[in-house]
Design a protein around this ligand. Structure first.
Ligand code: HPA
Length: 258
């Protein structure tokens, strides 16, 4: 098994005939996903919002999605999502290789370690995205004609509403580069399962207030296609010998009482 691609808005349009749908049962619920065929053999495609794009960001079953991938033997996950740009440095159409996130969501189930039999684990998240996968994306990007901003901080909101202009100003002041609704708790759940996980955000609009009216940019299909080709190339390559902490080694498990 090479790995999995989790996609969101726009990604679904790229899923063609080379895919076989199946449903994976997990302790957290059933997950419809696709197995790649032919040139895409060895890849799993998981549309985050469901096959019909009906599941809003706050209702996505993030735990079931990640657990399904782990059950299938996936070790490496590349995720993509549509975002809004929080400042002028990232115009709509730009792709950003995330290196940090700030999570403003509330009430999403964000852990597999929920006490009781599942225990207590404090997951190490200093660098939330796998450095090996990030390095691999950046080193292959130009070969696939993909322009990637090498770093970026993702702000995650609950949605499904867009931000107010004041919120966009605040998120930018806090160090955010892009804002979306689905990047958390996906990244930390992947880490809890010991999966190598990296994410590339595609900006589809200026954040609220940066233009007179919020406007979604259309016609980014070629960018999405190129990104998917890059993702599958990375997942077909052997992992780079870059050290990472994704496999639980640095987590604090059952810390003793002070
Ligand atoms: N805000 C939040 N999520 C988004 C946006 C945005 O402006 N654009 C795409 N997803």
């Amino acid at each position: 098994m090479y790995g999995a691609i989790i996609g969101g808005t726009g990604f679904d349009r790229q899923l063609g005939a080379e895919l076989l749908q199946e449903v994976v049962e997990t302790p957290y619920g059933a997950v419809p996903l696709y197995r790649g065929q032919g040139a895409l053999e060895g890849l799993i495609f998981l549309p985050r919002h469901g096959p019909e794009h009906r599941i809003p960001p706050h209702r996505i079953n993030y735990r079931a999605n990640l657990k399904a991938l782990a059950q299938l033997g996936v070790e490496r996950v590349l995720a993509t999502f549509a975002v809004g740009s929080l400042h002028r440095g990232i115009p709509p159409g730009a792709l950003v290789t995330l290196d940090q996130f700030i999570d403003f969501t509330q009430g999403r189930v964000g852990t597999f370690f929920d006490g009781g039999a599942s225990g207590l684990v404090h997951t190490e998240m200093t660098n939330p995205y796998c450095p090996a996968l990030r390095a691999q994306l950046l080193s292959l990007a130009s070969e696939y004609d993909v322009e990637l901003a090498p770093v970026g901080t993702y702000v995650c909101t609950d949605g499904p509403r867009f931000e107010t202009a004041a919120e966009v100003r605040m998120y930018a002041q806090l160090g955010g580069d892009v804002v979306g609704m689905t990047g958390a708790p996906e990244a930390s759940l992947a880490r809890e399962l010991g999966l190598h996980y990296a994410a590339v955000a595609l900006s589809i609009n200026w954040g609220a207030g940066l233009e007179e009216k919020l406007r979604i940019v259309r016609g980014l299909e070629a960018t999405e296609r190129a990104l998917l080709a890059l993702f599958s190339a990375v997942l077909h390559q052997s992992p780079l010998p870059v050290k990472c902490n994704c496999e639980m080694s640095a987590h604090v498990i059952h810390p003793p009482a002070e």
